[in-house]
Design a protein around this ligand. Sequence first.
Ligand code: SAH
Length: 341
Amino acid sequence: MTQPLLTLSRDQLTDWVQAQGQPAYRGQQLHNWLYQKGARSLLDISVFPKAWREEFAHVPIGRSTIAHTSIASDKTRKYLLTLADGAIVEAVGIPTEKRLTVCVSSQVGCPMACNFCATGKGGYTRNLKAHEIVDQVLTVQQDFQRRVSHVVYMGMGEPLLNLDEVVKSLHSLNQDVGIGMRSLTVSTVGLPRRITQLAKHQLQITFAVSLHASNQGLRKQLIPSASAYPLKALLADCRTYVETTKRRVTFEYILLSGVNDSPAQAQELANHLKGFQSHVNLIPYNPISDADYQRPTTKRITQFSNVLKKNHIENSVRYSRGLEANAACGQLRTSQAVAPV
Ligand code: SAH
């Protein structure tokens, strides 16, 4: 298949139009139509000569089609998107007064099999290409008729298993779509060597690591891949990340009642993170159908947060949006058949 146009930079698009016998300024026009106006086909680009549009109508842009949308009462919208090969991924649009955040998938399914996560229970199909990630952002932007301000790579998949395409998509979101690097967040469960590899790209993105446990024994129980990546090694790589990029690390910690939410575990976590340039996001667990974890009480959540505070570990409690549309963290899963919109 011909390489889709999405993720090509302004210069690359200019080269491409020139190679097709068009003047250079058409490159800038094409860039604008792809990334700002959301053209889905070259036929849409009304400023181009009709005969030329028709001649190149077959050139793929790389856009998905919306198979299904569900909207939660908090206005969060979840999308099931059909890709060129028929695979389906989920993206979520999360609006607030000041922000429109898109939660993007980086893979179709996920091979990590974390036992509290719905995606992990649905199996793995393939990595996404960079244009398939950028498309999710453009799709949400068009549907909300509002500019996307933030993107979090917290949908389906493990971004660091797809590092090259994820990095390519970050550059395109920044330079082509126009979203600030600091407003792009990559979240990972952590994989040996990959965190330091990402650090070498020296991106000014927000980097988040899904920790979820205060010791290696517990982490292994929750996250199978942690067996091959001891907590000490993971934290050492996070320190290298901070030194290399001069950016702090965000640690995500899902609170599971009676499993990892005791004050003693909060203290254990604090001991690991003392003096570390980091921020802890405490995420009360979102229930999924085939895991029997529970969300802790508010009192217990506050207690955990207070132990961290006493130890001078900066932290905040984040309730995910979109719970009842199954659009919250850990609830994305599309193995079932999808009815058209
Ligand atoms: N694979 C990446 C990104 C996808 S998951 C990662 O692991 O970070 C995004 C976040 O949602 C992770 O912190 C993940 O652990 C969390 N999550 C997964 N299942 C959840 C659930 N049921 N409730 C709350 N958060 C969940």
